[in-house]
Design a protein around this ligand. Structure first.
Ligand code: 0O2
Length: 270
């Protein structure tokens, strides 16, 4: 195949990778905007190099005319998560999307590879619009934790160095490192619950404060000013304690006071 032909074949894959990177990165931005925990930490993408395509086709005896059909990872996206639990969340996000369809999955978390490799792979169908019209192509999405990614990157370099003939002592060290990475992921998962708790509490505090301030502002229009000053001082005192339970109690009491004023207003009106 001529070099120019390679370029035109790979061009839609370049577009797919760019679009997918934007879409997954936007999820991170959307989560930040909405103050919620994001299961995606980082997104990377690449189009397989021509030499890597040729090597894989030779290894798998794939004829040229079957390249796009049988090489499922010409376009590749890697989604890095902080915690192992996030992988499933990301996979179900992908499943629900209307702009990509899942063709198949490989779960190397449940079925760890001989090498020690752990990751979750999805092959998707994705359509890009080119100057020749829409083109439906395949892309591989690898979802893994930061720790899994660290291991896979090192192992991949060593595979390249030893060209499939890795000395036993190196393979054994990598296998030990894979066990350590597995243990690290589990250890970090136990911290995850604490992080989620902290994030929920901070979200709850922010919502309570917002609510309280709206209430105080509304009361300011109808209640005695001196009473409002007292309520405001009490709010600042409770807020400074950093005690969520006290803030909740104050919020409830303020609700009752506001209700009373509303009832009073209706009573006077009648
Ligand atoms: P690249 O672009 O260099 O990453 P295979 O027959 O195993 O080569 P297959 O059948 O297409 O590949 O699917 P599989 O097993 O899901 O592997 C696809 C990709 O997963 C590989 O791409 C690697 O990126 C990654 N992978 C799979 N197994 C291992 C492993 O043991 N170690 C590491 N580091 N990565 C792995 P390629 O083809 O290697 O290309």
């Amino acid at each position: 195949m001529e070099i120019q032909l390679w370029r035109s074949i790979l061009c839609p894959y370049e577009l797919a990778v760019k679009e997918l990177e934007v879409k997954f990165t936007h999820i991170i931005e959307e989560c930040k905007e909405n103050d919620i925990y994001c299961p995606i930490e980082q997104v990377e993408g690449r189009v397989k190099s021509v030499s890597s395509i040729l090597e894989k086709m030779q290894r798998k005896h794939i004829p040229m005319e079957k390249m796009e059909e049988e090489l499922e990872d010409i376009a590749g996206i890697r989604i890095i998560c902080q915690f192992e639990e996030d992988i499933e969340t990301v996979a179900s996000m992908i499943q629900k999307r209307s702009d990509m369809t899942i063709k198949s999955e490989k779960n190397y978390l449940k079925h760890i590879k001989q090498s020690g490799y752990r990751s979750y792979h999805l092959i998707i169908y994705y359509t890009v619009d080119t100057i020749n019209g829409p083109k439906k192509l395949q892309a591989e999405i690898q979802i893994r934790t930061m720790a899994m990614n660290f291991w896979a990157t090192i192992e991949h370099s060593l595979q390249y160095k030893y060209k499939g003939d890795m000395p036993e002592h190196v393979a054994e060290r990598l296998s030990n490192a894979a066990d350590a990475i597995n243990a690290l992921d589990h250890e970090m998962s136990s911290v995850r619950n604490e992080i989620m708790d902290a994030q929920n509490s901070s979200q709850m505090q922010s919502n309570l404060v917002k609510d309280i301030l709206i209430n105080i502002e509304n009361l300011y229009k109808i209640a005695n000013k001196r009473e409002i000053m007292k309520i405001q001082d009490e709010f600042l005192r409770v807020f400074r304690t950093k005690d969520l339970q006290q803030l909740k109690r104050f919020h409830r009491q303020l609700d009752i006071i506001s209700e009373g004023y509303r009832a009073q207003a209706v009573y006077h009106h009648v």
